[in-house]
Design a protein around this ligand. Structure first.
Ligand code: HEM
Length: 119
């Protein structure tokens, strides 16, 4: 079970990589648009994250930090809302507000930071 949990962590990291990579490609040299790839990354990270939110496959003595997991879930929902707002604007031919675009990347990085630094 521990190995399976590590595999789900890997899937979770793939989701993070897809979301952040898609955003970085748009931020640096792209048109600063919201892309489908970002939605996919968020969905993968979110689904794997929810699976990891349950206490299974943990090494002896390891405890879950539910405050941290809850915070990450709230941040994920905010990112989802921002992606929705940005994509909606794009559909109507408008540009994505810079605050919306930059917050997507910043909050994605914040969630990775929370995962690694909040012990
Ligand atoms: C954009 C969204 C997210 C990003 C960028 C992200 C990023 C990460 C990263 C980089 C790690 C690896 C940390 C390590 O190696 O210890 C991690 C682990 C984890 N994440 Fe997320 N995460 C996101 C969303 C979520 C959500 C929504 C949940 C749960 C509701 C979640 C639950 C977890 C858990 C439980 C772990 C620890 C895995 C373990 O060591 O067993 N994450 N996350």
């Amino acid at each position: 079970m521990e190995t399976l949990r590590h595999v789900v962590v890997l899937v979770h990291l793939v989701g993070f990589a897809v979301l952040f990579g898609a955003w970085a490609a748009q931020a640096f040299g792209g048109k600063r648009q919201i892309t489908r790839m970002m939605d996919w990354g968020l969905a993968i990270a979110g689904a794997a994250g929810l699976a990891l939110a349950a206490p299974w496959g943990l090494a002896d003595g390891v405890e879950m930090n539910y405050a941290k997991i809850g915070t990450k879930l709230v941040v994920l929902l905010i990112i989802g809302a921002l992606l929705g707002i940005g994509a909606g604007r794009q559909k109507r031919g408008a540009t994505v507000p810079p605050a919306v675009f930059w917050l997507v990347g910043l909050l994605t990085l914040a969630n990775a930071g929370i995962a690694l630094l909040w012990r």
